[in-house]
Ligand binder design. Structure first.
Ligand SMILES: *Cc1c(COP(=O)(O)O)cnc(C)c1O
Length: 364
């Protein structure tokens, strides 16, 4: 007999998710380019809706999130009955794993995929199998080869965090065609609002055609990270399972009100996208002209690779940027210790990144 309650072994097996750092060791305040937040803040309409809700703190929220689902449905042309909402897409990923994965089951993800997938899998008692990538891009054949008779879910961030790479609509279709119909394909489109590749498809077409696909989305990367609101679009049978499992009031009313205003503020989302594309292009161009290997990105961050030479490593660049007041994301936990992930910030911040890394390469 144990002298204390013990968490389930599969829970103690989880390596807790480490968010990017947001403070320097000296406590100096830093511009945070480590969490892919919006550099333009939130939609002013969302801020207004949030403020107006303050006098309703004593009330329970609408557990069905009807207004928010209607707003999402209207803007994206989707049936609100096939939309589910969660406290961040993190909660949705957790609940999907709870619903479809049990002890001894497996999920499949890509080698450099989002590190929440192994966490939600283990929390459900399963094992997450990683399929190898080629040149930091998910590989359809490797993903399919990783499937076994125990596979219940395949998680794919498209486009992917932290690499910024994506699979085309054709590649996603081929992946789906190669999957058994009893395996749930979760297309995590957290960065959908930032994609401009013409051969990308967010997943709506596939959800409409299949019974085993869901597309997950989030408000976090478009200005509302603090509110914790995510949503997904899927077949009715999956919404049915989800609605049985979720907490009856899982998304608070203030978040619902602000997210409803945010999704309808199409101009703000367009402004964010335009700012992001401009800064992302500039950053990639400048870093490449300084001979830094920078991966093409469809997201609101850029992954840059550094070498082994002392003075020019990823750790050196990280420290230099920190001295300049900027904090970026180290990639050790993703198995990419030579890389840094730099979120797109304001124009001023991006110029400071470029100048700092230019100084570093000039010393070489
Ligand atoms: C940020 C992110 C999410 C989670 O976002 P929430 O804040 O939980 O909505 C999900 N997937 C990927 C790939 C992300 O980068």
């Amino acid at each position: 007999m144990s002298d204390k309650p013990n968490a389930h072994r599969s829970i103690m097996d989880i390596a807790a998710y480490k968010p990017g750092k947001s403070k320097s060791p000296t406590g100096q305040s830093l511009a945070k380019l480590s969490a892919n937040e919006s550099p333009l803040g939130a939609s002013p309409k969302a801020v207004e809706a949030y403020g107006k809700y303050a006098y309703r703190l004593a009330e329970y929220p609408d557990g069905s999130a009807a207004e928010l689902r209607a707003a999402i449905g209207e803007v994206h042309g989707l049936n609100p009955d096939r939309i589910g909402v969660g406290a961040g897409s993190d909660e949705i990923l957790h609940l999907l794993a709870q619903a479809y994965v049990g002890a001894g089951d497996e999920t499949v993800m890509s080698q450099y995929g989002f590190l929440v997938y192994p966490i939600v899998t283990k929390a459900a008692g399963g094992t997450c199998v990683q399929a190898p990538e080629t040149n930091l891009k998910a590989d359809v054949d490797a993903l399919l080869a990783a499937v076994t008779e125990k596979t219940k879910i395949m998680f794919l961030a498209n486009p992917n965090n932290p690499t910024g790479s994506y699979l085309t609509a054709d590649e996603i279709n081929r992946l789906h065609q190669g999957l058994r119909p009893d395996i749930l394909l979760v297309l995590d489109a957290a960065y959908a609002e930032y994609v401009d590749a013409p051969d990308f498809e967010v997943g709506i077409d596939l959800v409409n055609r299949a019974q085993n696909v869901v597309m997950t989305r989030t408000f976090s990367k478009i200005g509302l990270a603090n509110l914790r609101v995510g949503w997904f679009y899927g077949p009715e049978h999956i919404l049915d399972a989800y609605n049985r499992l979720r907490g009856p009031f899982n998304v608070n009313g203030i978040a619902q009100a602000a997210a409803s205003a945010a999704v309808k503020d199409i101009e703000f989302t367009a402004e964010l996208k335009a700012h992001n594309a401009k800064m992302r292009d500039m950053l990639v161009r400048e870093l490449q002209s300084n001979r830094y290997k920078t991966y093409p990105s469809q997201c609101n961050f850029v992954l840059t690779e550094f070498g082994d030479e002392p003075g020019f490593t990823a750790a050196d660049a990280f420290n230099l940027l920190m001295e300049k007041g900027l904090i970026v994301r180290e990639m050790h936990s993703y198995g990419l210790p030579n890389c840094l992930r730099i979120s797109i910030g304001t124009e001023e911040q991006m110029q400071l990144v470029v100048q700092s890394l230019q100084e570093m390469s000039d010393h070489g």
